[in-house]
Design a protein around this ligand. Structure first.
Ligand SMILES: *Cc1c(COP(=O)(O)O)cnc(C)c1O
Length: 390
């Protein structure tokens, strides 16, 4: 037995290498990767541009320190600012860290306004990470159980319920922010409609609350826009990024504007590794490749092909509750638990995930083609059909 902490129920497979949307195991079997390491491998595996960039950067310098200027970090911050219309970026290494920065910003903002116990409104079924603050913000008891006392200062409302958010504001005068995913990932691919997004921005403006978008999973082009909030144009004060930003190289970012810009000064926050030259080179190459290859338009087209293909292949099968998604963030909700499908798909040469117990989650790389979509449907649909007919 390896001396690993038992934090994952791992599938009995190890991959030796990848090529585009395919992964190969130790026995030489190949798998169509419709998960991308949970929305991480934006460009698929071994993308030649990314490989070249990382290798070249490794040959120059990997890490210096945030005690010095890092030109690649400056360049990546400029690119993210241009794509979002936002102002400032703090770089870190993961999603939970980006969210920690966002939570700290919201509290800092509250204290500046004289609010001693700043409160953040968070959503049911949200996922924000596994650190103490982010698991406290997460709307899933399984993530929290056994780690009490939770970090205080969060109140929870049902997702997409603007009245519930307004109601909290009526009686709780310590609220400083609302934090949410525009498309909930772990929560089961739940999509905030454009009307709700705009109303939320309006409520935040009326109340002087920061709007915080956790774009860790739905950001970076996956939904067909750079960021999920761009579907409605309701720009947040803070957005957090990670997963797909470095296409496999760990990097996170907390991006600010409006109420959140200019809050932190030297000493308020930091990270040893955050935004190091290697990670930023990977981030820059990921952005450029998405742009140069029209990968967001591709995400829309191929996502549509997957959803239609699955719907056609499963038409008339009872037990399919909903097939939904935005771009290449897709959920197929069944009327019963379906975790067993993950290992059945593995045996069929397909990597998928099941979340919220009953939702098959697909998060393919943005380089997925319509041909890949067809292969995915051919491999997945029969398994779903069998699962529902048994
Ligand atoms: C994965 C995820 C996180 C946590 O990211 P880590 O890099 O695992 O810390 C936070 N928020 C959302 C929406 C996520 O999907």
């Amino acid at each position: 037995m390896p001396h690993l902490m038992n934090t994952y129920a791992r599938l009995p497979v190890a991959f030796t290498h990848g090529e585009g949307v395919w992964l190969f195991d130790e026995a030489g079997n190949r798998y169509l990767d419709a998960l991308s390491g949970i929305a991480v491998s934006t460009l698929g595996h071994n993308h030649p541009r990314l490989v070249r960039t990382i290798a070249a950067q490794a040959g120059r310098v990997l890490h210096t320190s945030n005690l010095y200027r890092i030109p690649l970090q400056e360049e990546l911050s400029d690119r993210l600012a241009a794509l979002s219309g936002m102002d400032e970026v703090f770089f870190c290494n993961s999603g939970c860290e980006a969210n920690e920065a966002a939570i700290k910003l919201a509290r800092f903002y509250g204290h500046k306004k004289g609010i001693e116990q700043p409160t953040i409104i968070v959503m049911e079924n949200a996922f924000h990470g596994r650190t103490l603050a982010t698991l406290s913000a997460t709307g899933n008891r399984k993530t929290q159980a056994g780690f009490e006392p939770l970090v205080s200062g969060f109140v929870r409302v049902p997702y997409k319920n603007i009245d519930a958010i307004r109601a909290v504001g009526e009686h709780n005068h310590s609220v400083v922010a609302v934090m949410l995913e525009m498309v909930q990932g772990e929560g089961g691919i739940n999509i905030a409609d454009a009307a709700f997004q705009r109303e939320l921005r309006q409520v935040c403006d009326e109340r002087g609350w920061m709007m915080i978008c956790d774009e860790v999973q739905c950001g970076m082009g996956r939904t067909g826009k750079w960021f999920g909030w761009q579907h409605a144009g309701a720009k947040p004060d803070v957005m957090t990024l990670a997963k797909g930003l470095g296409s496999g190289v760990p990097i996170g970012a907390c991006v600010t504007t409006g109420l959140a810009a200019g809050l932190f000064g030297p000493g308020n926050h930091g990270s040893t590794f955050g935004g190091n030259p290697l990670a930023c080179a990977a981030g820059l190459e990921t952005l450029s490749t998405i742009e140069d290859n029209g990968l967001m338009a591709n995400a829309v087209r191929v996502g549509e092909a997957i959803r239609t293909g699955i719907a056609e292949a499963l038409s008339g099968v009872s037990g399919v509750v909903d097939i939904r998604g935005q771009g290449l963030m897709i959920g197929i909700e069944l009327d019963r638990p379906c975790g067993a499908l993950v290992s059945q798909a593995l045996e069929a040469g397909l990597l998928i995930n099941v979340t919220a117990e009953r939702v098959i989650r697909l998060l393919p790389a943005l380089v997925f083609t319509e041909q890949d979509a067809q292969t995915l449907v051919e491999r997945l649909a029969p398994l779903v059909r069998r699962h529902l007919e048994q």
